[in-house]
Every structure is written in C-alpha cells, then in structure tokens.
Design a protein around this ligand. Structure first.
Ligand code: MGD
Ligand code: MGD
Ligand code: MO
Length: 764
C-alpha cells in the first residue's frame, strides 16, 4: 500500500458504481475463488449465513442481493484464501512483527495453527491443541480467580457466548467485559433507566409506517449500509430525514442503490437527508433541549389558540413519569445556552422541531455520535425525552433505534455476557448447573484496563477482538499489557494484540461464522441477534480456511474442561457434538425469550425477543417511561480546565476498515486515500493556524495532568466540519484518549470529544 496522501472531492452518492468497484477489488485482492464469491448471495438470507459485518436487521423477504459493500468486504476478508502457518512464524520474530502495520498483520490471511510464544527465540511456535488447553487450564487453576478477565468482542454466536459466560462464572467471577462497553453501553444504561428495556424498540416494519426519522451521529453509508434500503424506501414515500452530525457524511446525503440496474444506469440518486444540521461534537444534549423547547413553544401556541395540543397529553398522563420536572428544566434553559452548546442556531433547531410536530410517528436513530461522550448516557436519555413528548415510543412507525455495531453484540448481552450480576440470571444458572455463581460485580472494559495498569490481572482471555488496539490510552496500555502473566486470544487473524502480548501467550485460531462448522461430520449452525432484537439462524457455507481450526464453541468447551472440575450437569462434549443442545440449555435459562429456539431460529426475518417498551409496558421502578432532567448541557464536565487554544477531536471510521481491521487506506466517501494519518479540519481553523492542505502536524491531549499524550505526523485535510473541532481516525488517534475520560454511568470511553492542542510538526 502506498502511503502518499491523495485528496479528491467526494461528491458521488453512497453506493453506486464506486461501491461495485470496491467489492470487485477486495474479492480479487483476497483471492476469493468464484465459487466463494457466490456466497454473497446467501448473506443475510433465511437459509444462509448472518453477515459478520454489522448488526443491522435481516428482512424476511430479502432483496436478491441482501449484502452491501461493507458486508462483501467483511466476507472476503474472512473467506480469503491467504493463510499463515508455522513456517511464517519461524521466519519472523514477534518484535519484528510489531513494526508491521495493522493492515499488514491482518492481510497475512487466516491463522491456521494454535501458537504459543517462545521467549527464548521471540517467536510464536506451533503447539498441539491438547497441550495448549492443558497448559492454559493448569495456569488458570493456579490464578487469583477474582481478577482473571474474560473479554469478548461482539461477533461470537449466541451459542459460544452462552458457554463463555458459564465458563467465567463457574470459574469464579463476573469479569465479562465486552466490546459493548466501548460502544452502546450508554444505550443499555440510558434505555433501561428510562423505558425499562436495554435495547431499541424499532422493528424493520416500522420503517414502512414512519412519518419522520431523526438521525443522530451514525454513519449509515459506511457502518450499516443495508439500512440505506429502508431509508431510501422511506424517502421515496416522502418521509423527511433530519440529520444531526458534525461531518457531512456522503451516505447521509444521498444514495444510489448498487443493486438496482435502473438506478445505476440512469445515475439516479436518492437524496437521504432533508435537513442536515452540522452541530458541534457533543452538542446533542443541547440540540435536543432546543428541540424540546421548540415543541413546548408549539404546544403553548396551540393551547393559546384553543387548537389541538401538540404534546400527546393522554400518553404523558398514562404512560410517563417526571414530565413536570423535565418541562421546568426546558423552560428555564435559555436559547443562548442552547445555541452556544449545540453550535446551531435557534432557527435551525426550530425548523427541525416544526417537522417533528407535524409528523404522526417519528423514530430516533443513533450511533456512536451519541454514546461515546462524557454525557453519552444523558444524550440517549435526552433523545428518549424528545420522543416521549409526542408519544413516539410504542406505536407503529415510531420508536428508538440504536444502531448496534458488531453482528452479535446485542445477543451476547442477551445470553449473559455482562459484568453486571444483576443483569444475569444467576439464580437460574445456579439451579440449572448446581454451582454457586459469583455475586460480586465484575470488571467492564475501563475497569479491566485500570486493573491491568495496576498489575492486578493475572490472565486475560479474549474471545475475538483486538482489545489493546481498541481501548484508549494506547501507550500506557501497551506497556502494561506486556506485564500480563498470561494472555490467550481466540482469533481468526493476526493483530496488534498478538504481537503485544503477555509473558505467556497463546493464540488459538478459530473458524469464522461463514465457514462450515462440522462436528463429528455433521454441519452445525449457530444464531445471532440483530439490532432490532430479532434472532436468526446462520449456516456456514465456505470450506474452512484449514482443517486444523476449531470452532469457538469447541474452544470454549475445551478451555472449560481443562480449567474446571467436572460437573455432571454440564456436558460440554454433548454441547459441542450438537449445538442444538446448547440452544436447549439457553432456552432453559431464558424460557421467555428463547421458547422453541431450535424451531424458531429459521423464521424468515428472525423471531423477536419480547420488548415491553414496544408494547408500552414499562419495566421501570415507576412502571412508566421516565423523563429525566439533564445534568448539564456542556459536552464535558471536565471542560472547566479547557485550554482556550484547544480543538475538540472526535474519532471516526472509514469505509476501508472494520474497527481495528484495516482493509485499505482508502476513505472513498471522504475522498481521502493513501494514508489514514490525517486530521480533518475546517478551512477557517487551518487559516488561523496558518496551515495548508497536506501540512504535517502533531497533536497533544490538552488535559493531561497524569501523562503527556501525543499522536505525531498527521496530515491536514480541509473538510466541511464546524470550526473549533477536528476529526481523525480510530484507532490511530487512541493514544490521545485518557482512560479516565469516559461516559458517566456507562464508562464508555469518550472518544468523540477529546480536547487536543495542535503543533506544526518539526521536520528534521
Ligand atoms: N464498515 C464498517 N462497518 C461497521 C464498523 C466499521 O468499523 N466499519 N464498525 C461496527 C461497530 S462495532 C460499530 S459500533 C458501528 C459504528 O457505527 P457509527 O455509529 O456510525 O460510528 P462512527 O463511525 O464511530 O461515527 C459515527 C458518526 O457520528 C458522527 N459524530 C461524531 N461525533 C458526534 C457528535 O457529537 N454528535 C453527533 N450527532 N454525531 C457525531 C461522526 O461524524 C460519524 O458520522 O459500526 C459497525 N459497522
Ligand atoms: N477511538 C476510538 N476507539 C474505539 C471506537 C471509536 O469509535 N473510536 N469504537 C469502539 C467500538 S464501538 C468497538 S465495538 C471496539 C471494537 O473492539 P474489538 O471488538 O475488540 O475489535 P475488532 O477490531 O472488532 O476486532 C478485530 C479482530 O477480531 C478477530 N476476529 C474477527 N472475526 C472473528 C471471529 O469470528 N471469531 C474470533 N474469535 N475472532 C474474530 C480478528 O482476529 C480481528 O483482528 O473499539 C472501540 N474503540
Ligand atoms: Mo462497536
């Protein structure tokens, strides 16, 4: 890959011919054979496999091509014919591999053999599976059980995840941090508190009935492109889409369906957003406060004129609690404060509120732009306040719609991957398996990092992911990571977390979800939960990358057998021999959610878990939906210490990546290629700093009392972004994020608002 920066204007629509070219390129680059490229036709089909990219819903009547550019890339990346085995690791020391880029490491292809790091030669050496499990089991038995961490990234199936949480709990702790702790945990906390369910209420069919969509901080064209189909359909019905995002994102501006020959030939594009509000990062609470204030204004006017109320009074009276306090806080909040904190004019906010008041059923869609802030939870609860004003939760076409990240991240929580003991059915597990589950709260991601920094963690087990690369404070975390006595990673590809490793380190290569998983010769299937709480079966379809790979359920079972004393009530071998039995066990633990699991998992469109809030049954202490008064409109309670010269940095993804997996240096939608070491900046700020396009700068974290934090050598890219803020890529900018800079209550790292200082780089 060349690393020369290229900047081009990116005014083509999302999708379109660019998307087709990208798909062809990656299938070619990954040497995906033609027969396997046909796999894409089985993606997200009722009889096919659930895509390993995002968690967006899978319709009952799918398009013939129910895949997108991002999903095709993820499929090509997993089914690549490139592999690495023992010979590769014989040729390269781990220290040498550390100097390779994230892209270069994963681009080597699929891991094929279990590996153990050999300190004397600084190499990963092959080890047979049985020896690996025996050694890891012996080490875990000797550890301080309270502090061993069992991380999972949100890709593993419901079956593997259920077994994994049982392993952790039978071992003796609730240390089950999940990628969700860096992602939608602000949603889980905020929605549980206000509407009594931890997940969104919108289902796919709501898109057919909605009258208006409010869209906050989610980059649909890149991160959940299949949702563009629903948005395009809605737009064709004339449904307004009102977007709040500091960046003008292509996929939120317009879309050409690459799977519609007519649109492709005619170069037709559908404009997606009808209003686009480029607010300040972290300005969402203030913008929502303004929206609510404008709605109250309309209601006052209606009342004065004796017209029909704008607020849904019967709903407020019957279904909500705390409205009076909330209303007071809105009336007391001045437009000056709202405008200053949101970075939007009163007129712009009122224009959005006008559409809201005219619309019967409204949905609120959002992503990381709301959750990854110091006030991430409050941003979510403010969106709930706004929807409640007109009864927009629990009626067709309306509701709240957090767009989840990893393809089964929501499902992992459903089957017990949680550090919070109150969210796991511990008594049920006790009864089912005859052991005493630990009751002490476990560590979430930030707490696990703190414990690692404090030298308290004896072993870190990871079911997927790239923890050390995904978390904040890269420099401090990498140093502490090397001191971990034991790291065990269940992975498909080589990544930073394998080359930065503990004193003893094992890499256990597993099958991906697209591959055929045969147990005793019989193909097994697994299941996942999508963003709309629907469960789907998934059948692997590609031949495994190597015969030596084990499935995730098989690896978890082997780790459990090597670590735990035998328990006649848990037959790990029987579970691995027939995954249907794991699903029976899941059903026994959660009879309400997973009734007739094995039969229903193939329901076209999935089967939905019961969601009280969608039926207006509120599982909150007041048994009503809760209004909440925001604590502060400021983006950051620490911002008193704000340096006036500071710029507010937020980190984003490009279409050339899936989280820490970097497919390429291209960011087609933002017109940047050649390097990811860039900083998007407003022209006015560039002028103020006397910078020209392509100039090289360094960033330092503005509030860094405990340690200096830097990222050096970023190239300036002029961009349509509000003044005073800048954007850079995740994970390249993670060294700038202090670990303690996280959301109040949910502890999601606040990677969408970091105060930074900029210096022109010294060129030697
Ligand atoms: N292709 C691809 N697909 C993915 C992923 C991937 O990396 N690549 N990752 C997956 C995962 S795990 C996740 S969680 C999702 C993430 O998907 P998204 O939620 O879309 O995440 P981001 O790209 O981090 O940024 C979201 C958007 O928020 C905007 N934003 C930033 N700050 C603010 C703010 O303060 N307010 C508002 N209103 N907007 C803001 C940014 O400009 C950006 O457009 O995608 C999933 N799908
Ligand atoms: N600055 C900043 N930091 C962020 C974010 C941000 O927006 N900005 N986003 C955060 C978010 S939303 C998330 S979700 C986290 C992501 O954090 P993680 O989920 O930990 O990271 P990923 O990059 O998704 O993990 C990629 C690795 O997973 C492994 N893998 C892939 N498929 C499989 C599989 O099927 N099984 C197994 N066992 N392994 C597999 C491969 O080895 C691959 O290298 O990062 C967070 N960090
Ligand atoms: Mo995520």
């Amino acid at each position: 890959m060349s690393d020369e920066l290229k900047i081009e204007s990116a005014d083509m629509p999302a999708g379109g011919w660019g998307s087709v070219k990208e798909v062809t390129n990656i299938l070619f680059h990954e040497h995906v054979p033609l027969k396997d490229s046909r796999l894409l036709l089985k993606q997200n089909k009722p009889d096919g496999y659930a895509c390993v990219s995002c968690a967006w819903a899978k319709p009952a009547n799918p398009h013939p091509f129910e895949f997108c550019e991002s999903g095709a890339k993820a499929t090509a990346w997993e089914t690549t014919s490139k592999t690495i085995g023992a010979e590769f690791f014989e040729r390269h020391t781990v220290t040498e591999l550390e100097s390779w880029s994230d892209h270069a490491l994963e681009d080597l292809g699929r891991l094929t053999v279990p590996l153990r790091w050999d300190a004397a030669s600084d190499r990963y050496r092959p080890i047979d599976w049985d020896t690996a499990f025996a050694e890891i089991g012996a080490a875990l038995r000797a550890c301080d059980r309270e502090n061993v961490v069992f991380y999972s990234s949100g890709r593993a199936s419901l079956e593997a995840s259920y077994m994994y949480q049982l392993l952790a709990r039978m071992y003796g702790n609730n240390n089950l941090p999940d990628s969700s702790n860096m992602c939608h945990e602000s949603t889980s906390v905020g929605l549980k508190k206000t509407i009594g369910v931890a997940v969104g209420t919108v289902g796919l069919n709501d898109f057919e009935h909605t009258d208006c969509i409010f869209f906050f901080g989610q980059n649909v064209g890149v991160n959940s492109p299949r949702m563009l189909h629903q948005l395009q359909e809605a737009r064709k019905r004339g449904v307004p889409i009102i977007t709040f995002n500091p960046l003008r994102e292509r996929g939120l501006v317009s879309f050409t369906n690459p799977q519609s020959p007519l649109e492709m030939l005619m170069g037709q594009e559908t404009p997606i957003s009808t209003q686009y509000h480029q607010l300040k990062p972290g300005g969402d609470t203030a913008a929502l406060m303004g929206l609510c204030k404008a709605v109250l204004g309309h209601d006052d006017a209606a009342r004065a004129a004796g017209a029909q109320r704008v607020l849904d009074m019967p709903f407020l009276q019957e279904h909500t609690h705390g409205f009076a306090d909330f209303e007071r806080s809105v009336r007391e909040c001045s437009w000056e404060t709202i405008e200053a904190e949101a970075g939007l004019s009163r007129a712009a906010i009122e224009a959005a509120a006008d559409v809201y008041c005219r619309s019967g059923a409204v949905m609120g869609v959002y992503g990381m732009g709301l959750t990854q802030h110091r006030h991430g939870v409050q941003n979510v609860t403010m969106l709930v306040n706004f929807l409640l004003l007109r009864g927009n939760i629990g009626k067709p076409g309306a509701g709240i719609c957090p767009v989840r990240g990893h393809s089964n991240v929501q499902g992992q929580r459903t089957v017990g991957i949680t550090e919070k003991p109150e969210l796991a059915p511990l008594d049920k597990l006790k009864e089912q398996y005859g052991f005493e589950p630990p009751r002490k709260p476990g560590m979430n991601t930030v707490e696990a990092c703190e414990a690692i920094l404090a030298g308290k963690v004896p072993a870190f087990i990871a079911l997927g992911g790239n923890f050390v690369r995904a978390v904040p404070d890269t420099v401090r975390m990498e140093a502490a990571w090397r001191e971990l006595p034991l790291t065990v990673q269940v992975s498909t590809k080589l990544n930073r977390n394998h080359v930065i490793h503990g004193k003893a380190s094992y890499v256990l290569p597993c099958l991906g979800r697209i591959e055929i998983d045969r147990q005793r010769g019989i193909p097994q299937s697994v299941s996942v939960e999508d963003s709309t709480a629907c469960m789907h079966g998934s059948r692997g379809m590609a031949e495994p990358a190597a015969a030596t790979l084990l499935s995730e359920p098989a690896i978890v079972a082997a780790l459990a057998k090597a670590t735990l004393p035998p328990n006649p009530k848990v037959d790990w071998d029987a579970w691995v021999a027939d995954y249907g039995r794991i699903r029976d066990a899941i059903e026994a633990t959660y009879p309400d959610i997973f009734k007739d699991f094995n039969a229903r998992m193939w329901t076209p469109g999935g089967f939905r878990k019961p969601l009280g809030a969608a039926e207006r049954v509120w599982d909150t202490p007041s048994k009503r939906a809760e209004f909440t008064v925001p604590q502060s409109l400021q983006v950051d309670p620490d911002s008193d210490s704000r340096d006036p010269a500071a710029l507010r940095l937020f980190t984003v993804r490009s279409d050339g990546q899936f989280n820490t997996t970097i497919y390429s240096n291209e960011d087609r939608f933002r017109g940047v290629s050649g390097t990811r070491m860039v900083l998007f900046m407003a022209r006015a700020d560039m002028a103020r700093h006397q910078l020209a396009e392509g100039d090289v700068i360094d960033l330092a974290t503005a509030v860094s009392s405990d340690a200096p934090r830097h990222v050096r050598g970023l190239r300036v890219v002029p961009y349509d972004i509000p003044e005073g803020c800048v954007a850079g890529y995740y994970p390249e900018c993670n060294p700038l994020v202090p670990l303690w800079h996280h959301a109040i209550d949910s502890k999601v790292p606040a990677v969408k608002s970091i105060d930074v200082l900029l210096r022109r780089a010294v060129v030697h």
